[in-house]
Design a protein around this ligand. Structure first.
Ligand SMILES: NC(=O)C1=CN([C@@H]2O[C@H](COP(=O)(O)OP(=O)(O)OC[C@H]3O[C@@H](n4cnc5c(N)ncnc54)[C@H](O)[C@@H]3O)[C@@H](O)[C@H]2O)C=CC1
Ligand SMILES: O=C(O)[C@@H]1CCC=N1
Length: 343
């Protein structure tokens, strides 16, 4: 289904009503983005009359408006993973993306993507209309506190911070701000992420459709109620680490039995990858696939018995539960988020 949104609020959000200020601010000798900045400014002027055609079918990528400018506040792993995915589609040119962080430590890999970098969060909010807030949860309140005066209803703010609720985010921003909460995971780095988002009070279905379309190259993207975001954090945001722990244990089992470590880790990674791909692509229940591996009286059922005796299933369920609860705790303690000084 296609709709031309030339009357809508969403259309106005990036169709010339927000005039980005592309300032060339060099804070450190090694960050010279002047050519990228000039190209971005030029492309903005050249394309200011293009229409945004938005298709709401999640399988069909949106045709991106060339006035869309995407910002990241925070230049860490998650920002990089999402930025890499966004650029992968080819619909978003690197000159339309800008990233900010206080230190230049992580800038190089963004610059390698052709993305502009700055130490000014204000610059990102001035020059971008869709901004990902990708700092650690305890920094969200401080970061939004500084940029809030520049946030307009023409912006779309997308937070990836674990636990920080839509109510908290909306409370830190001007009334009527368009806010979405997204929980990605680290495999966005290789376009195999699992992402779930929820729309805030003032985010329209078109805003969700746009975000979904932008993020499609990052992996599986779903929209759901906010209550599921914390669960997804336990299942998938943190779940990636649970899988790594399992992969490490698999490899160490092989090392214990005499296999060289490098080979064991390489085979463990491929085993996790292959098992995951088959699980996803076959659409079968994991128990079905498990039974397909088990020969009666064979090796697998002996191993599975040992795993059940070790409580792997219960431990994994508890890990998802406790990580979900931790995300909920973070959401219930906005003052803790604002004042905690970690990192
Ligand atoms: N790493 C993961 O697997 C996942 C992380 N998340 C969420 O993503 C967010 C970012 O996490 P990571 O990328 O892992 O963290 P990270 O530590 O890799 O990156 C954080 C970035 O924020 C920057 N930063 C610090 N203070 C800042 C400030 N005042 N203004 C602008 N930038 C500032 C840091 O320099 C760094 O570039 C967190 O809120 C986390 O909950 C969500 C899902 C998965
Ligand atoms: O551990 C964390 O808090 C973040 C959120 C999900 C993955 N990493």
């Amino acid at each position: 289904m296609a709709a031309i949104m030339d009357e809508s609020e969403t259309w106005n959000r990036w169709h010339g009503t927000l005039q980005p200020t592309i300032s060339i601010t060099l804070h450190e000798a090694e960050t010279d983005n002047s050519e990228q900045e000039a190209a971005a400014a030029q492309s903005l002027q050249d394309n200011s009359t293009l229409d945004l055609i938005i298709k709401t079918d999640p399988e069909t990528p949106l045709e991106m408006d060339s006035n869309l400018r995407i910002g990241f506040i925070g230049a860490g792993n998650m920002a990089y993973g999402i930025a890499k995915g966004l650029l992968q589609s080819g619909d978003v040119p690197p000159t339309s993306v800008k990233v900010s962080a206080p230190s230049a430590r992580n800038f190089v890999r963004f610059q390698e993507l052709g993305v502009a970098v700055t130490h000014s969060n204000e610059e990102v909010i001035h020059s971008c209309n869709l901004v990902f807030v990708a700092v650690k949860p305890h920094l969200v309140a401080a970061v939004l506190g500084v940029i809030t005066k520049y946030v307009t209803q023409k912006h779309i703010i997308v937070s990836v911070a674990a636990g920080v609720t839509l109510v908290t985010l909306e409370g830190l921003l001007p009334t009527g701000s368009v806010v979405l909460r997204l929980m990605p995971n680290l495999p966005c780095l290789v376009q195999q992420g699992a992402l779930l988002f929820s729309r805030g009070t003032h985010a329209q279905p078109e805003d969700g459709a746009l975000l979904r379309s932008l993020l499609q190259p990052c992996g599986l993207v779903e929209e759901g109620p906010e209550a599921w975001i914390d669960i997804h954090t336990g299942l998938s945001g943190s779940g990636v680490a649970f899988v790594y722990l399992f992969a490490e244990a698999l490899a160490e089992g092989a090392v214990k039995m005499g296999m060289p470590s490098a080979l064991a880790h390489s085979i463990a990674a491929q085993t996790v990858l292959g098992a995951g791909q088959l699980l996803r692509d076959s659409g079968k229940h994991p128990a079905q696939l498990r039974s397909e591996v088990c020969t009666p009286g064979g090796t697998t059922i002996f191993g599975l018995h040992a795993m059940e005796q070790g409580g792997v299933r219960a431990a994994t369920m508890t890990a998802v539960e406790i990580a979900t609860e931790r995300a909920r705790d973070l959401g219930r303690k906005p003052s803790h988020i604002a004042t905690d000084n970690r990192k």
